[in-house]
Design a protein around this ligand. Structure first.
Ligand code: CP3
Length: 333
């Protein structure tokens, strides 16, 4: 059996001392993203440390609204802040065609990383899904609550449709640009899809994803498309079936048996709880092995159920990678 590939969401970032050192030198986070030399180095930092199978380009989902003029900034300890959208007149001003020209440093980073990376290691590009981007753009900040977004869903769903259409075009063109620059797979992060239920999930998470997947697959056939509707609970199967994604990233809220069921419909990626990685030790190793055992019957990419937590000791990541690798050897012998 082929070994199970492993990479981790947010594998580059603040839990690595070498990231913190470089970031201090460069100034703020957006300055790092906008500097291909620094972003290349940060992308490669976890690859140098750990025997992982993929690099994910160092960037952020919010570069799309930023390129559209929504003035992204990061206040220390507060997370991302944007100028909140104020209705139709603001939505009309958004130009999806400025997203690739506005993100040339990202394209250059991808090209540089690809050139430096071992050919055996895959390079992953990504984008935020339209609903998740819209939630940050409407509320102007994160936090998980998104009261203005919820209000718009009730009061003016057609305006939300219109915003998501513009964002779908922007996301598809960014992903195609990333592929042309060197990405060999792409992941769509719908981090706040869990706020949607029933028909709103179909309309605002599945609908835009289906349009994006169709556009990217038609334009660049053969590039694996990973979809992550975080918090989709019992709608994961629908999401995969109706969007046409190739790989389903699953959060840690999904049980091993449910994930094994989802695997019967195609490749799955996930889903170790990032809290277990933070804790480390035997609990983490047992959790990883349980996932590997449950997924042994089909295609699986090992990952977390969400990003690496900032306080995670890097040694725990090394231990996790070794656990996944030695499990392979166990299976093969
Ligand atoms: O996975 C990787 O290693 C690639 C890099 C990556 C980042 N953000 C770097 C980053 C990826 C894939 C993302 C995705 C992202 N960004 C998502 C989707 C995944 C998820 O977490 O649900 C979301 C919602 C964002 C928006 C965003 N950007 C948030 C909420 C934050 C955290 C703010 C904070 O201070 O905690 C960011 C900033 C960010 N993006 C950092 C990194 C390494 C921290 C920046 C820093 O202070 O150095």
């Amino acid at each position: 059996m082929d070994p199970v590939p492993i990479w981790l969401m947010r594998q580059a970032g603040r839990y690595l001392p070498e990231y913190r050192a470089l970031r201090q030198e460069a100034g703020d986070f957006m300055a790092c993203c906008g500097n291909p030399e620094i972003a290349t180095e940060i992308t490669l930092q976890p690859i140098r440390r750990f025997a992982i199978d993929a690099a994910i380009v160092f960037s952020d989902i919010l570069i799309i609204p930023d390129a559209m003029g929504r003035n992204l900034r990061f206040a220390e300890g507060e997370g991302p802040i944007l100028d909140p959208l104020e209705g139709l007149s603001d939505v009309r001003k958004l130009d999806p065609e400025c997203v690739v020209p506005g993100n040339q440093p990202l394209m250059e980073t991808l090209a540089r990383v690809r050139a430096e990376l071992d050919p055996e290691i895959a390079l992953i590009g990504f984008a935020g899904a339209p609903f998740t981007l819209a939630a940050y753009m409407i509320d102007g900040r994160g936090g998980g609550d998104f009261p203005r977004t919820r209000e718009l869903m009730q009061q003016d769903p057609d305006l939300l449709d219109r915003l998501l259409e513009v964002l779908s075009r922007a996301v598809a063109s960014l992903l195609i640009g990333e592929i042309d620059a060197g990405a060999q797979a792409v992941q769509l992060f719908d981090s706040w899809a869990g706020l949607l239920d029933g028909s709103s999930f179909d309309r605002w998470s599945i609908g835009p994803a289906r349009a994006i997947v169709a556009e990217v697959h038609a334009a660049r056939p053969g590039i694996p498309f990973i979809g992550f509707p975080r918090g989709a609970a019992d709608r994961y199967a629908n999401y995969r079936d109706e969007t046409g994604i190739d790989v389903l990233q699953i959060d840690q809220g999904i049980s091993h048996s449910t994930m094994a069921g989802l695997q019967r419909g195609g490749p799955v990626q996930g889903n170790l709880d990032p809290q277990l990685l933070l804790a480390g030790g035997e609990a983490m190793r047992a959790g990883a092995r349980a996932i590997l055992d449950a997924m042994a019957g089909g295609p699986h990419v090992f990952n977390l159920g969400h990003g690496v937590i900032k306080k995670t000791p890097p040694e725990h990541v090394a231990d996790l990678v070794a656990t996944v690798r030695s499990h392979q050897r166990g299976n093969a012998s």
